[in-house]
Design a binder for this molecule. Structure first.
Ligand code: PEP
Ligand code: MG
Length: 565
């Protein structure tokens, strides 16, 4: 049988192999015509209130289970569901339908219709809230119609769950020991289910589309969350690769090249809960903590205390490592990273608009100040000694100086309030063409530079990073991008800064030798690739790596670069 590939969006960058268990929740929305003659409105109201109480009890239990197994921030989705469950507008809608003589299930179904349609009409993550509302509606309908719940908590070992969509409560039931992967037809990377899967370390591919229906129950599949593909009926080499992909032995100490050049290998994190798995993969520290995930999927920004706790939590998780450096990037929104409550105009805040540091120095200076206060306070703790702060998408020296002044101002405020603080190492992401030309000027003003090849490739190649049609341009091995990297490292070192890389390119073990040859001091990546990259570094000879880099920089086409590698 030939293997079949189903492309989607990788949500957890790990690979799993297992047997398909199709999850088809019973359709509780098919209620049929209401029998209105025999309806007693008072009794139906009582029925609805009982179902509401039972739903609240279930949600509280699921929240506790998620808090214990995954973490506080992931459990918050159930708080949102509890709020929606008692939402006055929806309750008023149910009341109205009950007054009109509908039985409780029909009243619930009708009352949710309007709010669901409202969210569906919105963009991005707001549209995902429609799934939350459907989840709550279906929970109420299941309870009202006494429908048995499909048990996702008792699957056989090595199951791969295939579903149209998994709700947060479905995902929270999954046992990471038994589940080898999940794949869904709908949903995006930022859907709650994807976030929870990532935190539980379950390989996941989402947004595959209706073709997923072509895979039958019992089929053997590989879920490759790195490549964003599900492979049904994998052939022998795909199976071997899938099995081997998790087997590289972890090296839990810093590594050097064969001739003794030490290279820091760090992890990129999106949430504090990813810190422990990163330690377990042998990461030396964190080279990029993308703090925007703390700000997303909620109604308002996290306050200073919540941020302080999240940053301290990551530092404490790494405290058994050797002098871990924890690089926290300040809020990077705009472009492909929207936040609901900021109400950013996509035209003004697109890839070439107000994003990254630009927002922090302008309309969201308040967020920037709160974030810096939390960071400077963490830097004063024992666990926070290795904390570093990094600014995203800087393109002028004026911006950098304004950001540095803000650090000084926040320090002065904390000082005058008698609050303990420390000024951490400060760095800049190099991810715009302008910043590669200014790398020397930046390096004179900060401790480090970190090359963000995802955005740098997009801007140097003038090819939007999320457009599939532009994928030929989005290769960081393009000669123009490699030359930009080379000049950044050279200028950064000349200015006295260390230079790292935290874009996706850093995590490709096939490029490790080249990156060492280009002179990078640190590589930061998805935790799952840390063991492979550490092994590659140990096998690299610096002089040979430099020769490879020189050869690669001397050719003019992507094809020639690829041929040399
Ligand atoms: C990058 O642009 O390379 C980067 C690491 O940042 P992000 O992917 O979060 O924009
Ligand atoms: Mg970026």
């Amino acid at each position: 049988m030939t293997e079949r590939r189903f492309e989607g969006i990788g949500a957890t960058p790990t690979v799993g192999l297992g047997t398909v268990r199709r999850y088809r929740p019973v359709d509780v929305t098919d209620l049929g015509e209401p029998e209105t003659e025999s309806v007693d409105p008072a009794a139906e109201r009582q029925r609805f209130e009982t179902a509401q109480d039972e739903a609240a009890a279930e949600l509280e239990a699921e929240r506790e289970r998620t808090r214990e197994r995954v973490g506080d921030s992931e459990a918050k989705v159930f708080d949102a569901h509890l709020q929606f469950l008692r939402d006055p507008q929806i309750e008023a809608g149910v009341d109205e339908q009950l007054d009109d003589g509908l039985p409780a299930p029909h009243a619930v179904h009708a009352a949710f219709e309007g709010p669901i349609a409202q969210f569906e009409g919105m963009d991005g993550m707001m549209a995902e809230r429609a799934d939350d509302l459907r989840d709550i509606r279906d929970r109420l309908l299941r309870l009202l119609t006494d429908t048995a719940r499909t048990d996702l908590g008792a699957l056989a070992d090595d199951s791969v769950v295939l579903a149209e969509l998994l709700t947060p409560s479905d995902t929270a039931q999954l046992d990471p020991e038994a589940v080898a992967g999940i794949a869904t037809a709908k949903g995006g990377r930022t859907a709650h289910a994807a976030i929870i899967a990532r935190s539980l370390g379950i390989p996941a591919v989402v947004g595959i589309g209706e073709t997923l229906d072509e895979i039958d129950d019992g089929t053997e599949v590989v879920v490759d969350g790195e490549a964003g593909v599900v492979i049904a009926d994998p052939d022998e080499s795909t199976r071997t690769r899938a099995k081997g992909s998790t087997q590289t032995p972890v090296i839990d100490e810093p590594v050097s090249t064969s001739d003794g050049t030490e290279i820091e290998v760090a992890a990129n994190l999106g949430t504090p809960i990813e810190a422990q798995p990163a330690v377990e993969q042998g990461a030396d520290g964190v080279g990029l903590f993308r703090t925007e995930f703390l700000f997303q999927d909620r109604q308002s920004a996290p306050d200073e205390t919540e941020q302080y706790e999240a940053y301290l939590d990551v530092c404490e998780t790494f405290s058994d490592c050797d002098d871990p450096r924890i690089v926290v990037r300040t809020l990077d929104v705009g472009g492909d990273k929207p936040i609901e409550y900021l109400d950013l105009d996509p035209e003004q805040n697109g890839f070439l608009g107000a994003r990254g540091i630009r927002l922090s120095l302008d309309e969201h200076a308040d967020f920037f100040e709160t974030q810096l206060r939390a960071l400077l306070r963490v830097a004063a703790t024992d666990a926070g000694a290795g904390l570093a702060v990094m600014f995203p998408l800087v393109s002028t020296v004026e911006e950098l100086e304004a950001a540095l002044e803000q650090v000084e101002r926040v320090a002065a405020d904390l000082d005058s309030e008698g609050v303990e603080y420390s000024i951490p190492e400060v760095g800049v992401m190099v991810e715009t063409p302008a910043s590669t030309y200014l790398a020397d000027a930046f390096a004179e003003r900060v401790d480090f530079l970190s090359i963000g090849t995802n955005d740098l490739t997009q801007y140097i190649q003038s090819a939007q990073r999320d457009l599939d049609r532009m994928s030929d341009y989005q290769d960081p091995l393009a000669p123009a991008v490699l030359r930009a990297i080379e000049r950044t490292v050279r200028a950064g070192h000349a200015g006295g800064a260390w230079v790292g890389m935290c874009g996706e390119m850093a995590g490709d073990p096939e490029l490790t030798e080249l990156l060492v040859g280009l002179g990078l001091d640190e590589l930061s990546m998805s935790a799952v690739t840390v063991p492979d990259v550490k092994h590659e570094i140990r096998e690299t000879d610096t002089e040979r790596a430099k020769e490879l880099a020189e050869a690669v920089l001397a050719v003019d086409t992507l094809a020639d670069v690829q041929a040399l590698l």
